[in-house]
Design a protein around this ligand. Structure first.
Ligand SMILES: C[S@@+](CC[C@H](N)C(=O)[O-])C[C@H]1O[C@@H](n2cnc3c(N)ncnc32)[C@H](O)[C@@H]1O
Length: 279
């Protein structure tokens, strides 16, 4: 995936609308691990925080509240559609300490030591030129402060999504470390090396479990396909009608393995990455 494809994946009105619709589901799935991410960013009153790949602003809002009215969050995203939603959300929530920028994080051009903290929920794995970008992020963070990020752990630990990508776009899973994608930062050793190469210190990577529950395999698959944005939606749209029907059948069979009589329970795993810059 190159930079332009990244925009193609996320920067559509539809992607942003679907991301908004899935807020409650996201809160249920990621609410607890997001609180850990925010805690580990060690935000203080009056801090200036960078939120990388803000999406529709779920974690932006939490950070904005944590730093108080005199603090500030700069929420950046490569997608104009996502950032438009962040602006609307902040307006409707009466939050005035968030500024937004439509930009690829790799191109962010601000003076050294601009930010007091950085957060990135489920976005770093989509970044091209990761080593250069992590090096730049290190430079623009103040000494003694921290970046806290969540990424997806390995495909096998995430059956809520991995089979879907395996069926729709096998190469997204088979080449996890080679190029940006859902699982490109899923190996702790690889993540550790990337941050080390970029100069980061006190790098800690922790696996955290999540679980989702649905009523049945069929409803999960249909709902997931209909409401997904990003890589899943793009992979789905590339199939013809017959391929889509075959994929649905195959996926329902796969997910029936996780069904018990009353529900479908799907485990998942994320990595919480915490890295600092010495003071
Ligand atoms: C999976 S979404 C996560 C959104 C949000 N952080 C959340 O957790 O709800 C990934 C986001 O990263 C953004 N993104 C991907 N590559 C990016 C890049 N190079 N620079 C800035 N944002 C990027 C996408 O546009 C998308 O909004």
């Amino acid at each position: 995936m190159n930079k332009n494809q990244n925009i193609y994946v996320w920067d559509t009105q539809e992607a942003a609308e679907k991301w908004v619709q899935k807020k409650n589901e996201r809160d249920r799935l990621l609410g607890t691990v997001t609180m850990h991410m925010i805690e580990q960013a060690k935000l203080r009153l009056d801090d200036h925080v960078l939120d990388i790949g803000a999406g529709t602003g779920d974690q932006t809002l939490l950070a904005a509240k944590s730093v108080g009215a005199q603090g500030k969050v700069t929420a950046i995203d490569i997608s104009q559609s996502m950032i438009s939603v962040v602006n609307q959300v902040m307006k409707s929530e009466n939050v005035s300490n968030v500024e937004t920028m439509v930009i690829d994080v790799a191109k962010l051009d601000v003076p050294e030591e601009t930010f007091d903290a950085m957060i990135a929920r489920m976005s770093l794995m989509f970044v091209d030129e990761l080593e250069e970008t992590l090096t730049k992020l290190y430079q623009i963070l103040k000494g003694g402060r921290t970046l806290s990020a969540l990424v997806w752990s390995k495909a096998e630990a995430n059956p809520w999504i991995a089979p879907i990508m395996q069926v729709l776009r096998p190469e997204a899973v088979l080449d996890p470390l080679g190029r940006p994608g859902l699982f490109s930062l899923s190996e702790p050793d690889h993540v550790q090396r990337q941050f080390q190469l970029a100069g980061w210190e006190e790098i800690q990577i922790q696996k955290l479990s999540i679980t989702q529950e649905y009523s049945s395999a069929e409803s999960y698959v249909l709902n997931h396909i209909q409401t997904s944005s990003g890589p899943t939606a793009v992979a789905w749209a590339e199939l013809n009608d017959q391929e889509q029907q075959n994929a649905l059948k195959k996926l329902i069979e796969i997910y029936q393995q996780y069904e018990t009589s009353a529900k479908l329970s799907l485990p998942g795993e994320v990595l919480l990455i915490v890295a600092s810059k010495h003071g």
